[in-house]
Write a protein that binds this ligand. Structure first.
Ligand code: PXG
Length: 465
């Protein structure tokens, strides 16, 4: 494995030829990209030899950590046996079938809405495109073709394809390229810290925030609404954890109007919240569950949709040919990698470990962070965490967004060997699930140090005034 590289040479080639995702190309060319050359366990190294604790699991995906030879071996073996064959034209392959059966066995049963079928793609975005196709097909087949509208949430993230970006509620994405596409609309997010009324409890707020869905359904016309899509916990939006009262009320509303519920678990499934699938944690019953990322721990791309019985029965029994699919639907190497990844998770008990050990421990650590003068709020759910940097702890006043305090903090993180994401002034983590408690302590020391350094900057520059 080549890990020694000449940083300047790679950066020059990078600037010359590689257009990065979600990047200001000119700005990056001036700075030069950080070159990541190798990774092991929970650490990555850059081309200057700097070791960095990856508290984001790559991009919310490397659940079992880096350097798992077993996964590489499974890929190599599958590549030599059957590197590729399509699943069109009435053919199938062994890993794709085995993985589908495995996923069905892992998905908690929810009565007549349980999951017995899987549709494959190669990413979260594609999977959500498939969701749009399946939802619309479902209603067409039921003789209700006017039910086209899918409701998402402001600041939700469902990918970057035309449909994914439209389902998501990122204003920056909508501003480029005439999005959202027709028949997709949004309600506000259940962000208690920002949206609660004075004196409103979290439980009261959760019910009120879910009520925005009912108001939107009535505004659109109940007979025109096809589905509601949401992340169990909003990830890219900044780890926005809904109050416990939110999801039960959402369930009541979607059931009242008979609309489908799509749970986008691209981040939240496969142990991230201490369950194989996150709908179990919040106790709701989705019809479709989007997955990607953690299913292979990011070692190779794979995504898909768990298709619940309500939808599957109609598509199968009444549907005829479904005119949708991808070259790589059910890719044998990706599925073999996923199977091995899931085996590792089972053998090492990573899901229970998050639920009963790592998750509660991280929650304790974040409770301590609440004391930090810069932190207005710090919350965790399973093994994700988010905290808000505030100017005034007592009033919870935010910094002027032009100061970019979150980015300042992120800079200190990189400088001190820690990867933490900044979403505005929310700092977020989603560490690998294979962490030890000692490694959680190591991460928390780094986080605290970077918060201290950011606070010192804020004092020095008069940002706290
Ligand atoms: N749904 C959810 C909930 C996601 O988090 C996608 C769909 C799209 O998946 P693909 O595989 O098409 O990227 C995601 C992806 C960030 C960030 O900045 C998060 C994602 C992707 C890129 C950046 O936190 N999540």
């Amino acid at each position: 494995m080549q890990t020694e590289v000449d940083t300047k040479t790679i950066q020059a080639l990078d600037s010359a030829h590689f257009l990065h995702p979600f990047t200001d190309f000119k700005d990056l060319n001036q700075r030069g990209a950080r070159v990541i050359t190798k990774a092991q366990d929970i650490y990555v190294w850059d081309s200057e030899g700097k070791k960095i604790l990856d508290a984001m699991s790559g991009l919310w995906c490397v659940n079992v950590g880096y350097g798992r030879k077993e996964i590489a071996d499974a890929a190599a073996q599958q590549m030599m046996t059957l590197p590729y064959y399509n699943a069109f034209f009435q053919t199938t392959n062994v890993p794709a079938v085995q993985l589908a059966a495995k996923l069905v066995s892992l998905a908690p049963k929810i009565g007549d809405r349980s999951f017995e079928h899987v549709f494959y793609s190669s990413s979260g975005s594609e999977s959500n495109d498939s969701n749009v196709r399946m939802v619309r097909r479902y209603w067409d087949l039921l003789g209700q073709p006017q039910r086209k509208v899918i409701i998402g949430r402001i600041n939700g993230y469902h990918g970057s394809t035309m449909a994914g970006a439209s389902l998501g509620g990122m204003s920056g994405m909508h501003a480029q390229g005439d999005l959202p596409i027709p028949n997709i609309t949004h309600i506000d997010q259940p962000y208690y810290f920002e949206k609660a009324l004075p004196g409103e409890t979290a439980a009261e707020f959760g019910v009120r925030a879910a009520g925005w869905l009912e108001a939107k359904i009535l505004e659109v016309g109940a007979d025109r609404v096809a589905a509601f899509i949401a992340e169990p916990v909003q990830g890219a939006g900044g780890v926005i954890i809904p109050p416990d009262s939110y999801w039960p009320e959402i369930q009541r509303i979607v059931d009242k109007y008979g609309i489908l519920l799509i749970s986008d678990e691209v981040i939240c499934a496969f142990g991230r919240l201490g369950h194989w699938f996150a709908y179990e944690k919040f106790g709701y019953k989705p019809d479709l569950v989007t997955f990607a990322k953690g299913i292979t721990s990011g070692y190779v791309p794979l995504g898909g949709v768990m298709v619940g019985n309500r939808v599957a029965k109609v598509l199968i029994e009444q549907g005829g040919e479904f005119n949708h699919g991808y070259t790589y639907s059910g890719h044998p190497v990706a599925c073999a990698v996923a199977l091995t990844n899931l085996q590792i998770m089972e053998r090492e008990n990573l899901v229970d470990k998050v639920k009963n050990d790592l998750g509660p421990y991280l929650a304790q650590c974040f409770a301590k962070l609440q004391q930090h003068p810069l932190v207005g709020d710090a919350q965790t759910c399973g093994f994700v965490g988010g905290l808000v940097l505030v100017k005034n702890k007592a009033t919870k006043a935010m910094f002027d967004s032009a100061l970019g305090v979150g980015m300042v903090c992120r800079g200190h993180c990189f400088g001190n060997g820690l990867i933490m994401r900044a979403v505005g002034d929310r700092m977020i983590i989603a560490p690998p699930l294979c962490m030890s408690r000692a490694q959680v302590d190591e991460m928390m020391e780094l986080i605290t140090k970077c918060l201290d350094l950011t606070y010192a900057d804020a004092q020095k520059n008069g940002w706290l005034a």
